[in-house]
Each structure stands twice: as structure tokens, then as C-alpha cells.
Design a protein around this ligand. Sequence first.
Ligand code: AMP
Ligand code: ZN
Length: 457
Amino acid sequence: MSLRIYNTMSRSKEDFIPLNPPKARLYCCGPTVYNYAHIGNLRTYVFEDILRRTLLFNGFEVEHVMNVTDVGHMTTDADEGDDKMQVAAQREGKSPWDIARFYEEAFFHDTARLNIQRPEITPRATEHISEMIETVQKLEENGYTYLTPEAIYFDTSKSEDYGKLARLNLNEQKQGARAEVIMDETKRNPSDFVLWFRNKPTHIMKWESPWGVGYPGWHIECSAMSMKYLGETFDIHCGGVDHIPVHHTNEIVQSECATGHTFVKYWMHGEFLLTNNAKLSKSTGGSINRLQALIDAGYDPLGYRYLCLQAHYRSELNFSVEALEGATAGLRKIYAARPENDPFANNETGYQEARKRVLDVINDDLGTPQAIGILHAYGSHRLWVEFDAILGLDIAKRSQPVEEALSEEVVALIEQRNAARKAKNWAESDALRNQLIALGFEVGDGPQGTTVKRKAL
Ligand code: AMP
Ligand code: ZN
């Protein structure tokens, strides 16, 4: 079976057919680096990593871009409030540039500890201002923008299919918006969004532009950077489900109105991680909301990765310490599978059939929970190791049996048995052999005398 993925745009599973095979071009919305990532954010990056590794496993050449948002993401997704970077800079008494670099490094440290492969390209928003300005200029030329003293806006009423991803009903939105406080009274429609904040000389991160000194809106960065590295139309765009109604909706309309053609073929969204059934956010959340907190409490970061894989990416996942402990125990069971006890040791046909069963469920919209179930049922070390290219759980490395030092008691029994055999005292030799077996060893006779090996679990 070929790879099928759920496309949020069509609300259905579709065969994955890339535009330029064997290339698979993938863009994922990256972190806003104003604080540590919480484990909810990290769940989304684990999902995207599984997608990336599944594409690679299927033989695609992956070009994966993930941006780093280091300017312009306001404290709400709808342009209200302040720039998150500037707020963090004030909170920590540092420059927004220092904040950005610090949390960017912390982010990549966390993702590495979760075995999340680094995308080929990780562009920063602040290093692509001219590309953003060019995209806004195209929109201006094409007649989709208007100016207020605050900003240059995208006029959503000019696009007939605005909101197609989220299937938004704009009339309902307009009514709903009456109750909201709108910061900029001159904004024409509630769904219009900022392309460039103008007349902002006091903002710390600011650049010259045709519309005055200011800084970019958040959505424009993803359009400008994804199209720069992947082309005006590319294969897959990912993010968390919260991005469907605003961020991705706006990315689509501004990209398609700038270029005149389809922006992205497949849209994929990861569901949320919940704690106590409440959304985890960087500002709230319980005590374990960072990966480091989980590590400090003695948990294996790969236990958290495994917990994520046990739920389908399109289902909500409730985080709890009990669930994490359950996952960690499951992980230990995987590491205990031994190559010498492989059920497919002399059965290549059986192995290939089993491999196909696992790949089929993974290729059915990344069915990791089902794949894990099948892999546990087979208990084949070789199969676990092969699919670890997708699961990313360090199975080959971690399941090496640790050479254990033999206890004094065992060493003494071995010496006594060697002496008994030399004296041809077979009854004594057999009795000592049984004692070693009772202690959990397999006993053999090598050229140097008695050999022992711990029995497999
Ligand atoms: P941010 O750094 O806030 O821009 O978010 C980074 C990514 O995490 C985005 O793709 C969000 O959609 C995603 N995200 C935010 N909160 C959660 C959550 N509780 N569970 C899963 N993903 C989340
Ligand atoms: Zn984005």
C-alpha cells in the first residue's frame, strides 16, 4: 500500500502523490522562541518527525523546512496585544535578540533529546525581512491590501475563498466579532490581518519598509520563507490544530493571492496534548510542562516520545504521570527483545509478511498506535529495529545486553564445576550445573571449561 495521509483541506485521507517525485517538500510551523517549548508543543514536533521519517522510509527525498519565529507573533493569534518577543525581553531584562537565540537553542536541545531529526532548513524570521516585504508588495500590486495608521492589512473581503481550510463562515464571524475589543478601529473586517506593523519606531526589533519603520505580521513570515525554500506550490504543510482557523487560513490566502496559484497540496494538523483535559499553554500548565522538568523528575525523554506514539496524531492525548510511567514500562519491554530469540530467525518470508503488516498501518495516515501493537505481538528484535527508523526510540542501542559482572557465588560454582570435571566427578559436575541453572544461567562447556550466560527474559 502506498502512503495515505489525512488532508485537512479535503477532510479525508488521500494518496500522497508529491509534485516532483522522489522529492517530498514539507513545511512545518516552528517555535515562537520567547519561552521554553512545553511538552504540548513538543508533541506536535514529534508528530511531524514521524511524518518526516515515514516519508524517508518510503524512499522519498525529504526537503523539510521549519521556521523559527523570532519576531511578530502577537500575544494572541489575531494581531492583538504585544509582540511576544518584546514582552519576554521586558520580563527578563534582555534584548529580544538574546531572548530569541537563548530559547531557540533550548528548543533544539529539547527536540534532540526526543530524537526529533533536525529539518534540513530552519530559517529565522528576522533573517527574511526582505522576502516578506516583497510578498506584501505583490499583494499590494494585486490589490489585496489597505493601509491604516497602524498597519498594512490584508483585506479578506477581496478573496472569494478566504477561510476554505477552516470552512469559516464569514457572516457568523462578523457577528461574533462585535463583542470583541478590536485594537485598530480602522480595520475593515474582523478577519483582516496585519501584513506589516507600520509607524512603530519604539519597537525594539524594527526595519525600514515601503510602509514605514516597523515589523512583519506573524503569518507573512511562513508564506515568505516556505515559498522561498520550497517553491510557490509545495507538498505538505503541518502544524497544530490551533493553526487551522487563523494562521494557516491567512497563510493560504496571502500566498495564493500573491502568486495566483495553489499554495499547498496537503495540510496536516496534530491534535493537542491536554493536562487534566485542559489545553497546555506556555503560560499555564501544571508543574511538568517542560521536557527538562520531566527529566529532572527522573523520566526518560524517550518515554515521553513513546507516549506520544501510542496515540494517533489526530486524537487528543491526556498527559499524566501515570500515562508516562506506563509508557516508560512499555519502552523497557521493547528494549528487552533479544536478537537471539527472534521469532523470524529462520523465516524470511514470515519476516517480510510481518514487515508489510506494520508498514501498511503506518502508511495509513501514520497509524503508530496500531504499528506498536503489532510489533509488541511479534516481539521481534529485528522488526523493532527496522521500524525504529520511524519510531526513533534508540532500540538497537538500548537493547544491547549489558555485560554483567558475575557474583562471587557464581564464580565459585564455576571453579568448583571445572575442578569436578577435571576429576571426572560427573555427578558433582551435574549438581553444580543445576545450581547455576537455578540462579538463572544457561550453562555450556567451552574450551576453557564452564561457560555461563544469563537466560533471556
Ligand atoms: P508556538 O511556539 O506557540 O508557535 O507553537 C508551536 C507548535 O505547537 C504549533 O504547531 C502549535 O500548533 C503547537 N501547539 C501549541 N499548543 C499545543 C498543545 N497543547 N499540544 C500540541 N501542540 C500544541
Ligand atoms: Zn506558520
